[in-house]
Design a protein around this ligand. Sequence first.
Ligand SMILES: *Cc1c(COP(=O)(O)O)cnc(C)c1O
Length: 388
Amino acid sequence: MTQRIFLSPPHLSGDELDSLRDALGTRYLAPAGPTLAAFEDDVSTILGLDPEERRVVALNSGTAAIHLALVLAGVGPGDTVLCSDLTFIASIAPAAYLGATPAFADAHPDTWNMDPARVREAFETSRAAGIPVRAVVLVHLYGRPLPPGHLAEIQALCREHGAVLVEDAAESLGATTGGTPTGILGDFGILSFNGNKIVTCSGGGALVCPDAKTAKHALSLATMAKDPAPHYQHSAIGYSYRMPNVLAAIGRSQLPHLQERMAQRKAVRDRYMQQLDGLPVAFMPEPENAAPNWWLTCVTFGHGPGDAHGHEMCETVRQALDAENIEARPVWKPMHMQPVFKDAAAFLNPEGCVGADLFARGLCLPSGSTLSENDVDRVAGVVRTALG
Ligand SMILES: *Cc1c(COP(=O)(O)O)cnc(C)c1O
């Protein structure tokens, strides 16, 4: 059987071993160490922040970063946390850890991201019910940022209603909107360096804080909230969320290649566009005045929203790819459709749920930066045959 083509496999830069050797040479197998601080500096620089500001805290996952952001936002039982409906569950699971009530805002058909009109409805409904929306978790889906206009609307709504904006940039490192990097557009930003992301530490994440004081607090919470004392003393409950120094070394060898990885992923998407031309396949829309990082190439089948035939085509193609040892995944199943969130409030597009339609007709194609032109052509060929 031909070699399996994965959805988004890690891409080794070739510098990992040297970087690891350097990190181990410092004998810092313990979680803290100089490589970790250097990694935080590198991440700051990529986000256009001054490393001296010390606003970035490296953690052991993106999910941990979201959890800490919500802790620092003061989220607790009785609060509502509003989240993009069309996302990975990691965006909202931490709200549940804190006993908060999740609520979901449908996607906008032109961006697949959180629709500002649904966010406005959510705030108004919550205000009328006397239940505060304490935080909003906004996702830049598949590396496509919200356009600046949509973002500004959501930022203004959060300010007006006193909600903390958490920007889940797990999928969008390197992407910009209105010229500003994703990850620094909210009160808190979160990044992921999981193995399937555009650059990886094999696992890991980072929290971007509004200032050094908050970052220091985050760091304390990430390391079991030890009071400054020679003995072990605790005045708060903390977590074991720090990124290991050795994993930071892998991250440091990956980050310099980010721009290259973005270009490679864009080339993959461009080639799919060329190869799938003329088929009833539409590509995820590209946002205006924003630059994606092209993390995944996602398509919808059929002739527009609600096309039941589009769902059939999507399933046919996915199974045909699977039979050829090619990994493709349906677009995220919306959170309000998840059994675990069946009772959650969902603010959906009145003309038909956008997220549900994208889930029914949408597929993420193999998009890794390691894909060769031959690989892309092989995938496209299977799609073409399955639809033929
Ligand atoms: C990957 C991902 C996360 C979580 O990252 P981990 O590092 O895997 O915990 C959060 N949100 C979104 C949208 C993601 O895709």
